[in-house]
Design a protein around this ligand. Sequence first.
Ligand code: ADP
Length: 432
Amino acid sequence: MKIFVLNCGSSSVKFQLIETDLERISKEDEIVLARGIVEKIGLSPAIMRYQVVNKNPLFLAEKKDELPPEEKTPMEIQDHGEAITSALKALTDPKKGVVSSPDEIAAVGHRVVHGGERFKESVVINEEVLKSITACVEFAPLHNPHNLRGYYACKELLPHCPHVAIFDTAFHQSMPRRAFLYGLPYQIYQKYGIRRYGFHGVSHRYVSYRLGQLCGTHRDYMKVITCHLGNGCSCAAIDHGKSIDTSMGFTPLEGLLMGTRTGDLDPSIILTLIAKEELTLGEANNLMNKHSGLLGISGVSSDMREIQKAAEEGNERAQLAIDMFCYRMRKYIAAYAASMGGVDHVVFTGGIGENSPLIRKQSCEGLQFMGIEIDDEKNEACAGREGKISLETANVGVWAIPTNEELVYARDTVRCISGQIKEEPRPTAVKR
Ligand code: ADP
């Protein structure tokens, strides 16, 4: 069956049409029919990029360069509804389309960032589920409203088929209280739900699963640390298939150094700055989320490629940003090994994790004492493609694995509509 997957941001809509069903999932025999993104929604013009793929998702990860060229079209697109309409038009176009009518779409999978404490798995969207997603807007005000907007627009365009929500937070709902609580009065958690939720769950889940296929041992039998390093960065401790800790917290601000976010920070610093610079809450928020991290330290860019280039050319602050980024990575890897009482594999993914041998190597430096040793040749060879990058003699396997969140959206959509994933009955009141 044909599954349309959607990832709606504030000014962009990413989409894929994927041919899959339970049998294809079991055989890893899916086909990405086409994919695209509408960017700069609301600006004049917006840009629509579209590509017919007709390939297995793994081919897509390994051999992107061999695909037909992407079509890039400027368009007037004012909102998510118009963006999804344009996507459906491209998918059903007589020349470049891959289906003859939207009626061929069996179901839609929507990425939803925050599912709070309720959603431990993906779920078919109904009125009651929508209420819960709406209640999580307060936790993810920059994401959930756009995810919802995309859903409402798409439901109108494709009313015939079921719609499924796949949450970034769900995979981390297995964390124990000792990992998800902050050292604040317990009542604050009870009253406001302030706790660690974690994000990038779909990516952590996918790469730990894919690792199982590559190394021949299911993730349920291993201790794995997954590092998703993109513009936002997080790592997770996955103990026998379950996330037991992750570096992003109540919001995506905590943890690793990121493109423009601080990561871990003594909370008093922000109180001090609010007082000294007379910052409003909005300004303080912007400072921590938009002007810090790699950008704030290097003064060059939030883009790791540009920072690496500047560092090579002798820019000291760019080098400092790289050193801080990798040092913090290294601390988290060691900490999560301690959380799990050991580690069998470390996986790097996301734009930086998949493409930067330098960052992978430097993040593992000094960890030889715990069995982590990088094979330089393999590490260099795995720029942008999957493979093992540690020495064969090392105790811990280190891997580069391109993530594929869209594939998980499609698979979970199939599993939900076929009844393989069912939400457990919900307690009438959440007991904290
Ligand atoms: P997002 O979190 O927005 O999905 P990505 O996963 O695409 O972001 O990652 C973006 C980051 O990946 C940027 O910092 C970019 O510089 C970095 N990146 C992409 N390619 C490379 C590369 N070849 N070397 C180093 N960094 C790279």
